[in-house]
Structures are given as C-alpha cells and as structure tokens.
Design a protein around this ligand. Structure first.
Ligand code: BTN
Length: 240
C-alpha cells in the first residue's frame, strides 16, 4: 500500500480522484495506489450520506486495489479495511471496537467509516476503490447529537494528539497485511476471525428503519443480531 501516492491539500472526494486514476488509460493506478487529502469538499459516506471532516486533522484516503478475486467479493474489503484500522489503532494504544458493517468505534462513538466502491475497466477487469475516513485530531463535530453513533476522534478518545504520518503509516501496513492474508486465504474466514477480536457485541446496529443488537459476524459477513423481542436473526444485507 502506498507504492504510489498522490496527496492533495483540497479536493472534492479522494474516491473520485482514485477512480479517475484507476481508469486512466495512460498511467493507471497500480495495486495499492493511494490518494489522500487534507480537506474534502464533497466527501461521501455510505447510503448517500456526506462525510464531513475538518481540514488537516483527519485521515481522508482512498486506496486503489487490483483484487485477484471476483467483483462479487468486493464487499469483503470493507471488513478488511475496518479490521486494519482497528489493528492500527490498537497499536497506537487505543481500544477500538468494530461495528457491522464497516465502522470503527472508540468508547462507543464512531471514529472511522469505510466506503467500498468498484470501477470496471474496458477490458472487463475491475478495481476496488476503497475509501477510508479516520477522525484523528478533530475535537469539535457540528450536529454530533444527530448521529446514532456520534462522531469521535483518536484525540477525543485518548486526550493525546497524533502525528498524521504515523497513523497513516500504520494503517497502510495493516491494510497490506490483512489484504495479503485475505488474498491468500481466498475466503472471508481469517477476516471474520480478526473481526471477532474487536466486535462491539451488544452495539446497536441499523438496517433500514430497524435497530437490533449486534451479536456476531457470520462467515459471509452477515450480522447475527438480537431483536427487541429477544429473538435472534441474521442480517445478510445492509439495506433490508
Ligand atoms: C461511512 O461511514 O459512511 C463511510 C465514510 C467514508 C469516508 C471516506 S473519507 C475518504 C473517502 N472519500 C470519500 O468521499 N469518502 C471516503
């Protein structure tokens, strides 16, 4: 990860720039190429949400990957990325937890979100456009109370300020490690096992308008949840 790296002071979305680079016929982004920015004006999240982050204090990055597996397995990368973030944060002395499908929590609040997109090449190959946003040193979040999982940052959770280079470097290392493991395994099992070490058991998860408590991660990435009436069920898709 990071063999080629483009950094921007400001951009719309690093995922848009990464996509154009991946599709550039002259000099396409290689496997592991990274785009980062200090500030995004059009940062986006899952479900059409926007991703707002103050400039210079947060990690905003998108990685282009050339996965050897079929595009139908692209969803696994959201779990690979969240797990890599969790290991990087643990190494920095924090106590992250993972919440289905792809969020990283610190003390129950959201510090990182992941957005998996794909790009199809004219020759039929595909690329993963893996967007990761980590709140690092930001301490004021407008409208924080309107979120189900209010935003937090590494600094808010620990009282320490972090060097952006170090957070980025550790994340790249863990991402490379986990994606290597994932590629050689050829299935989701090692990622599911990694997830269980950090799983936010009992955390409130949402699908459509429904909420439930997270219990476990299945071998296909589905969430085993407990509903309000105490029954257990499996949520296989994110959108109901
Ligand atoms: C979510 O939790 O909804 C996913 C948020 C993903 C945000 C990152 S920041 C870098 C990359 N560029 C974007 O526009 N989005 C992702």
């Amino acid at each position: 990860i990071g063999s080629q790296w483009r950094h921007y002071a400001e951009c719309g979305s690093t995922s848009d720039l990464a996509r154009s680079w991946a599709l550039d016929p002259e000099a396409p982004a290689p496997d592991g190429a990274v785009v980062t920015a200090d500030l995004q004006t059009q940062g986006r999240g899952r479900r059409g949400a926007s991703w707002r982050a103050a400039g210079g204090e947060n990690l905003l990055m998108t990685v282009v990957l050339h996965p050897p597996y079929p595009v139908s397995a692209a969803w696994r990368l959201g779990y690979v990325a969240a797990l890599a973030v969790a290991d990087a944060l643990a190494e920095l002395g924090l106590s992250p937890q993972l919440k289905w499908p792809n969020d990283v929590l610190l003390a129950g609040n959201k510090t990182c979100g992941v957005l998996v997109e794909t790009a199809l090449l004219p020759n039929g190959e595909w690329r993963a456009i893996l967007g990761i946003g980590v709140n690092v040193n930001q301490t004021e979040f407008p409208d924080a109370e309107t979120f189900v999982y209010p935003p937090t940052s590494l600094r808010m959770a620990s009282g320490r300020t972090f060097a952006m280079d170090e957070v980025r470097q550790r994340l790249w290392e863990w991402l490379e490690r986990w994606e290597d493991i994932h590629r050689s395994a050829g299935d989701f099992d090692p990622i599911a096992a990694g997830w269980r070490r950090y799983l936010a058991v009992g955390a409130k998860v949402r699908r459509g308008g429904e909420t439930a408590e997270l219990q476990d991660i299945e071998s296909d990435g589905a969430a085993r949840v407990c509903l309000h009436d105490g029954t257990f069920t499996v949520w296989r898709t994110v959108d109901g």
